[in-house]
Structures are given as structure tokens and as C-alpha cells.
Design a protein around this ligand. Structure first.
Ligand code: GLC
Ligand code: CA
Length: 560
């Protein structure tokens, strides 16, 4: 396997709106990010992914871009962006941005021109289609609810949107559109960006016949996702994109890609794949409800362990996936993947160990490194997220009480991860001197950076040790390139795997006990050295057994 500059890197996702506010308007900003670069460096971060910072009406929090060449004034200026880039570089850190090109904002100039002339050239930057017998062209339900087709005012046409109606889908079949997108991407790469996280990219290929599908809900609509699943030909578009942009710059790209078959993995992340890597969402998809959040199944420990293990086995001979516990679309991992008794610092460390030491590129989401949790709200009006509002209504329409509908938002809402970063026990968690755009999680008084900094047994200190271990010259080769072999697969409460060095023959065991009771485990060899423990354990040399207490995690070097 050819080595790439990004193979050994650790990435961190910043959600700029909620990271750090320096001008007291309750909204995080670029200056805030600059002010925290040293914090990230000390944590061990190499690559920073910024969720969108482009000009936007923020209907979907910046994932609706109205100008790809302009920084949203809420966040700052292009000069500040350049400063951020330079300051990151000074610290040997790489910056990647979010690339949102399946759709743009309805306020984008292209769409405004298309609306002004629904038969003109800009209409062909989008999907403008005539309706059928007074109905929309097809019966697809958008991801955020409602029909994917929205009438074009003053015309007999509709335009297509898979997300909100303020996010019209771009027509990738149009070479002019592609050219505009490539020019924009290259413009950012030329500035010195290291690459992109690529949003909803699998959706760019449409079935141009837009066939009706069997309805899967009482609204008579069928999830638009099924059209994407059924259509062929996305590979050609993705190759075209890569060859005109990223490939020329050796850029790092991570695709937001759900649910591709094992047979397609080489095309996506093989040596000459469409992307450097894609996120592993296999554990997250376990809680996909059939109809929405209200019927989302809980995630069992067994299913979770199996999903991750299977995914590791599938990928390791092909390429690298990016491992996440949470992101800006997912609830907090501590609240989601841990049983009640484990939703504490020990549990957060355990989860972190598994994620960071798996094979792949670890992505840490802001606040994960201090164990931030989901956030209770008392009323739907306290939520901001467009998808949460939709899912709340879906739950109510399905017969849930207000309490039940709120409970499923607590479990699933994207706002769980979007509450302000908890820097200190000061007002608003030290995020801002002003009331934040989205209320801070009240547990900031207990869970915050300043309390954890310098406390040796904090989650934050542990994350630093964990990343240091992953990158230590003695073991890095094994953690980056070594294979994964599952162990203790049949032990009910234990998630265990070996990292097997290739040339160096190292064998490193990672074992975590998610159970309430201690378990005694035979080691798959003789211990040489304990590399990391979340339980203050100090030694293990020469042992051939280990007893893991409840929530204990150990990383053990075995004799070769
Ligand atoms: C991706 C983003 C999400 C956004 C959607 C539409 O899934 O991560 O936040 O709402 O795409 O752009
Ligand atoms: Ca601000």
C-alpha cells in the first residue's frame, strides 16, 4: 500500500457557530477558532475540518450556501480566514473545509437567475421539470420532510430539492455547472487548503426519469434516498470531480457516504478511489428508524460491536475509513452508545479508546474530548435544527404525546451536538459573553475544558494520552497500518481487538469492559507492557490474564 501524508493524522471537527465567540454576538467566529489553535495542537490534532463558513442564510446552518467565495459575515472576513490558514500552517496543522455541492441555497445567484427565467440557461444548473397532471413530477419525500418538488412561482415547472426547499439540488449532468464547481474548488485549494469533507456527495447522481416509487408512508411519498440507491453512474461523476480538482493537489478528501456495498469500497477508497476516505457510519445507522426518530431502535452493545468489527474487517484490505463517535448531525456518543451506568468519565474514555485506536483516521468532534453529552429541552421551540422540527412533527403525527416526541428529540436531535462548546464554568460555558444562538447544555458547570485541563484523571487529559500513544514513534506504525483482529467476540460485555503490526510484528491488545461487573480475560499472549489504562492501572508485565473492572479499558503490548 502506497503511503499517504494523511494516513497517520488525527482530525478534529469544528462546528464554527458553536465553538468560540470572540465579539460577543452569541455566534462562534473565525477569531475564536484562531484563539483555540494552541488548545487543538496540544490535544494532538493535525487536521481541522470546519463545518461550512461560507455566506449562507443558515436555513440548514450553513449547509445552504449562497456564495462559495465569501465567508459568512457572522463568522468573520476572508482576511481572518487567511490568517487562520496561516496560523494553522505555523503549527503544522492542516485545514479542510466542508464542500457542499449537491445543492446550494435558494439565495445563490444561480438559483435567483433560474427563477427569473425558468426556461433559461440557469434553470439547467438545477432540475426544473414540469408537473404531471397537476401533481409534482414524482412522489419523493425530502430528507427534511415534504415533497422534493417545489413549484417555481409563475411557471408550470417545479424544482428538485432532496433537503430543505431552500436547498435546490444542482444539476451535475450540466458540464457548465461542473466547471463552475471545479473552478471554485481549485480556488480554495490554491489558497492552501489541505482538502475537503464532502457533503451528501452520493446524492449528486439522479435518475433523470424521476420515476414514481411505491409510497413508504401515510403521506403517499417514498423516501428520496431510494432513488439514489437505485441509480447507476455516480462513479463517473466522482472521478470527473476528483481528476479536475483533488488529484492534482494530493488533497485529502473525506466523503459523507452512507451505506455502500462492500463491492463498491475499492472504487471509493481503494488506492485510486474517488476519495481519500469515507466516514464509517455503520454504528450510527443502527438507530435508523423505519419511519423516523419516533421508531428508532435502541442500539445494543452486541449490535454496536458487531457493526464496527464488520466494518473494520471489510475495509482493512481496501483502504482507510474515518472513524467517528459523533458529529454535527449525530447525537453525542456518550449518551448514545453507552449504557446509563457508563455515561460518565470512565465511559467516555472507554469509547474514545476504541474509536481512536481502531484502524482508520480518527475524527474527534468538538466537545467529545471532554465527554459532552446530549441536552434536555422542555419544548420544541428550544430547538433550532430544521430536521428536529420535522421529526418532532412526524412523531406527533404518528400519535406520540408531546413528552414522547421530546424524548425522541433528546435521543436523536442534531442539536445535541450543536450546543456551544463548554470551555469553562463561567456564564454560557465560557463560549460567549452574550446569550448563545443555541442555549448551552446546563451541565457546563461540571463538564468543561478549564476544569479538566491540568487534572490528570480528566477525560481531556486522557484523550491527550490516547492520541500521544497513537502517534508515539514506537507504536505508530502498528496503530496506523496494522491489521485489526477481533478478540473476545463471544464475551458478552467486552469489546476487544488486536492491532497487529505488519513489518514490526507488534501485537497490541485493546480491551474494554462495557459491563457492570468485572470480567477476567485470558490475554491472547503474554503481556510485555501496559500502554494505557483509564483506571489508573500501572503494571501488567508478564501476566497472561487480565481482570477488567466495570468500564475499565486497557491497551496492552504483548510479547511478539
Ligand atoms: C449533510 C450535512 C448535514 C446537512 C445535509 C445537507 O448530511 O452533514 O448537516 O443538513 O448534508 O447539506
Ligand atoms: Ca461572534
Amino acid at each position: 500500500m502506497q503511503k499517504k501524508w494523511w494516513h497517520d493524522k488525527v482530525a478534529y471537527q469544528i462546528y464554527p457557530k458553536s465553538f468560540c465567540d470572540t465579539n460577543g454576538d452569541g455566534i462562534g467566529d473565525l477569531r475564536g477558532i484562531i484563539s483555540k489553535l494552541d488548545y487543538l495542537k496540544e490535544l494532538g490534532v493535525d487536521i481541522i475540518w470546519l463545518s461550512p463558513i461560507y455566506k449562507s442564510p443558515f436555513v440548514d446552518q450553513g449547509y445552504d450556501i449562497s456564495d462559495y467565495y465569501v465567508i459568512a459575515e457572522e463568522f468573520g472576513t476572508m482576511e481572518e480566514f487567511d490568517e487562520l490558514l496561516a496560523e494553522a500552517k505555523k503549527r503544522d496543522m492542516y485545514l479542510i473545509m466542508d464542500l457542499v455541492v449537491n445543492h446550494c441555497s435558494d439565495k445563490h445567484e444561480w438559483f435567483q437567475k433560474a427563477l427569473a427565467d425558468p426556461d433559461g440557461p440557469y434553470a439547467d444548473y438545477f432540475y426544473f421539470r414540469k408537473g404531471k397532471n397537476g401533481n409534482p413530477p414524482s412522489n419523493y419525500r425530502s430528507y427534511f420532510g415534504g415533497n422534493c418538488w417545489e413549484p417555481v412561482p409563475g411557471s408550470d415547472k417545479y424544482y428538485f430539492h432532496m433537503f430543505a426547499k431552500e436547498q435546490p439540488d444542482l444539476n451535475w449532468e450540466n458540464p457548465k455547472l461542473r466547471e463552475e464547481i471545479y473552478r471554485m474548488i481549485n480556488w480554495w485549494l490554491d489558497k492552501g487548503l489541505a482538502g475537503f469533507r464532502i457533503d451528501a456527495i452520493i446524492n449528486i447522481k439522479k435518475d433523470l426519469a424521476f420515476p414514481d416509487m411505491e409510497p413508504d408512508g401515510d403521506d403517499g411519498l417514498a423516501s428520496c434516498w431510494r432513488m439514489v440507491e437505485n441509480v447507476e453512474g455516480v462513479d463517473e461523476l466522482l472521478e470527473d470531480l476528483k481528476n479536475h480538482t483533488f488529484a492534482k493537489k494530493d488533497a485529502f478528501t473525506v466523503g459523507e457516504v452512507f451505506n455502500i456495498g462492500v463491492e463498491d469500497l475499492p472504487d471509493f477508497i481503494g488506492e485510486n478511489g474517488h476519495f481519500s476516505t469515507i466516514f464509517d457510519f455503520s454504528a450510527h445507522m443502527l438507530s435508523d428508524g423505519e419511519h423516523g426518530w419516533y421508531d428508532a431502535p435502541p442500539i445494543s452493545f452486541d449490535a454496536w460491536k458487531k457493526a464496527i468489527t464488520d466494518s473494520q474487517m471489510r475495509v482493512q484490505n481496501v483502504g482507510f475509513e474515518a472513524n467517528i463517535i459523533e458529529n454535527h448531525d449525530e447525537p453525542r456518543g456518550v449518551s448514545r452508545f453507552l449504557p446509563d451506568y457508563a455515561q460518565n468519565a470512565d465511559g467516555a474514555k472507554m469509547l474514545g479508546t476504541v474509536s481512536v485506536l481502531l484502524r482508520g483516521i480518527p475524527f474527534i468532534y468538538q466537545g467529545q474530548e471532554i465527554g459532552m453529552t446530549n441536552c434536555h429541552r422542555n419544548d420544541i421551540s428550544e430547538y433550532d435544527d430544521i430536521s428536529t422540527k420535522d421529526q418532532y412533527q412526524v412523531a406527533i403525527d404518528a400519535g406520540c404525546t408531546k413528552e414522547e416526541a421530546l424524548a425522541c428529540c433528546y435521543e436523536n436531535s442534531r442539536d445535541n451536538a450543536r450546543t456551544p462548546m463548554q470551555w469553562s464554568a463561567d456564564e454560557n460555558g465560557g463560549f460567549s459573553t452574550h446569550a448563545p444562538w443555541l442555549a448551552v447544555n446546563p451541565n457546563y458547570k461540571e463538564i468543561n475544558v478549564s476544569e479538566q485541563e491540568g487534572r490528570a484523571d480528566s477525560v481531556l487529559s486522557y484523550y491527550k494520552e490516547l492520541i500521544t500513544l497513537r502517534k508515539s514513534p514506537e507504536y505508530e506504525e502498528t496503530f496506523v497500518y496494522g491489521n485489526v483482529e477481533p478478540v473476545y467476540e463471544d464475551t458478552d460485555t467486552v469489546f476487544g481487538f488486536m492491532r497487529m503490526g505488519k513489518e514490526n510484528r507488534q501485537k497490541i491488545l485493546v480491551a474494554a469492559n462495557y459491563g457492570k461487573e468485572a470480567v477476567s480475560l485470558p490475554l491472547p499472549g503474554t503481556a510485555k507492557k501496559l500502554l494505557l489504562s483509564n483506571a489508573g492501572r500501572r503494571k501488567l508485565a508478564d501476566a497472561d490474564h487480565i481482570t477488567l473492572e466495570s468500564l475499565e479499558t486497557a491497551v496492552v503490548l504483548l510479547k511478539a
